[in-house]
Design a protein around this ligand. Structure first.
Ligand code: FES
Length: 509
């Protein structure tokens, strides 16, 4: 099995059997319906089932086939947007709550691994943060002070170490694991508690409950079947199919982040998490290999906005060159893939009640490069909300909160600028200019077309206008997909939507 998200397959799919589940053929009822079978959806489903609720999970693809299978799986409570930034935007108390929630997420994953006997290489280890080359000299001191104010107990400044080799911060009690093995174990534990999983169908619409008319919430699937439930949780990374709720796509920006994997001799690289603050930044960890005396070195970074593929077309090449310089003992590159990060405007995910969608609908999105802990936080928080319990993180992650970050206005201005592509020419003049297994945007009179030549030479023509809010999609040569530069929707080479907020495929042209 491979991820549905792109042409490249991550290392997590090697040597693992991901179970398949049948589509839903008959409408059904449950206490809770969860849309999305990644870490946020399955954690929520597992915790609710453990409370005795009947839960149905729906996903268009196999479990973990979205971003959970494309992460590099750092489990960090050291906030990746930096503690001083979270404190600037949200204040000291909320910075403390943010750290508390990520630390609790790692504890929860560890507890579930132990209780359910999930063998997924979960290991506690240190994380090391190094400054980037153009950072101010006091960056680490500011971050250390802010981390301590946020309640981080096990953090210290070291004179040498980390990716830059010089001064760095060491954060204790971070962790790593194999995300797909964890998810398979979680799904197994969930179904043993009576939970139901159905895959292979797109959820077309979600309607909240209407207490005045005594109506329950409904998830409407392709093929006319539906799930009626007291509560619906939309945990799809991008908030599709509910893209108009509180305009959430205007509060976050989509980025592609690249990962490569190569074997290194065991013991040649410290078993820790490493991050730098460079622009673009890098993140590094090891994953044990079953091969004798070797580990897999996973190196990520070179992020760019989705749909704005760098003109030199070389994020993997740059990542490989950087890695070889830092880790000359690495072998050949065995894996290359990319994943999508939803960068929220103020550094914190959007998790909780989706109030504009009427009653009893909940959302989890805005992972901010900390998707595995944010996804687990979503499980803890939404379970409490559904159970009617108070949760200290409810306001922190409230999806309807006001965004107080002026810098994000320019981020969105970048999205608006992408509409200019409606007026400009195409990337190629003729289909003859498109090599096999490649795509390009062409102008056809007043129309823009997304044209793909498959490996057999057949031409596939679709409208290049994104079905979300009409931006022009761009060809992504790394993942062989059509990516929208405005809000991050993605489509496969033949126009089928693989990632929202768009719900509809690119129409044939
Ligand atoms: Fe919004 Fe394409 S994702 S216009």
């Amino acid at each position: 099995m491979k991820s549905a998200d792109g042409a490249k397959t991550s290392s997590w799919y090697t040597g693992i059997d991901v179970p398949t589940y049948r589509p839903l053929v008959k409408s059904t009822k449950a206490d809770v319906c969860v849309v999305g079978a990644g870490i946020a959806g399955l954690t929520t489903a597992y915790l609710l089932a453990a409370e005795g609720l009947s839960v149905v999970v729906l996903d268009e693809g196999p479990i973990g086939s979205g971003q959970t299978g494309r992460t590099s799986a750092h489990l960090a409570s050291a906030i990746d947007d930096r503690f001083f930034e979270i404190e600037r935007l949200h204040g000291k108390e909320r910075s403390r709550l943010a750290h508390e929630s990520h630390a609790a997420a790692i504890d929860t994953i560890e507890r579930i691994c132990n209780e359910e006997k999930i063998s997924c290489d979960f290991t506690r280890l240190d994380g090391f943060l190094s400054p980037g080359p153009s950072d101010p000299p006091d960056l680490l001191d500011r971050e250390l002070a802010a981390a301590r104010r946020a309640g981080v107990a096990d953090v210290e400044k070291q004179k040498t170490g980390g990716l830059a080799g010089g001064p760095c911060l060491r954060f204790g009690r971070q962790a790593r694991f194999h995300p797909l093995r964890y998810l398979v174990g979680l799904a197994d534990a969930f179904t043993k508690r009576g939970g139901r999983i159905h895959t292979g169908q797109r959820v077309r619409d979600v309607q909240g409950a209407d207490p005045k008319k005594e109506k329950r919430a409904v998830a409407q699937l392709e093929g006319g079947v539906r799930v009626t439930a007291e509560h619906i949780v939309v945990a799809t990374n991008t908030p599709s199919p509910i893209n108009d709720w509180f305009g959430i796509y205007t509060k976050q920006a989509s980025y592609r982040s690249y990962v490569i994997g190569a074997a290194v001799p065991r013991g040649s690289v410290a078993d820790a998490l490493f991050w730098d603050n460079a622009d673009p930044y890098h993140y590094v960890r090891l994953q044990p290999l079953r091969e004798k005396e070797k580990d897999l070195l996973l190196v990520g970074g070179e992020d760019h906005k989705t749909g704005q593929f760098p003109e030199d077309g070389a994020p993997f090449t740059r990542l490989a060159a950087w890695t070889r310089e830092k880790f000359p003992m690495m072998g050949r590159i065995r894996f290359r893939w990319s994943g999508q990060v939803q960068e929220p405007a103020d550094g914190l995910a959007f998790v909780g009640r989706a109030l504009t969608a009427r009653e009893n609908v909940y959302v989890a999105t805005g992972d901010s490069g900390m998707g595995l802990t944010h996804g687990t936080i979503a499980g803890l928080l939404i379970t409490d909300l559904i159970a009617g319990r108070k949760n200290p993180w409810e306001k922190l992650y409230d999806p309807s909160r006001k965004i107080m970050n002026k810098e994000f206005v320019s981020e969105n201005a970048n999205a608006l600028a992408q509409y200019k592509d409606l007026l400009t020419g195409g990337e190629v003049k003729s289909v003859k200019d498109i090599p096999p297994d490649c795509g390009a945007v062409m102008r056809d009179g007043l129309k823009k077309l997304a044209v793909y030549r498959d490996p057999a030479g057949k031409i596939h023509r679709h409208s290049a206008i994104c079905t979300h809010l009409q931006c022009v999609v761009q060809w992504n040569p790394a993942e062989k997909s059509w990516d929208c530069p405005c809000h991050g929707s993605r489509f496969d080479p033949t126009g089928k939507v693989v990632m929202g907020p768009a719900v509809d495929d690119l129409p044939s042209a």
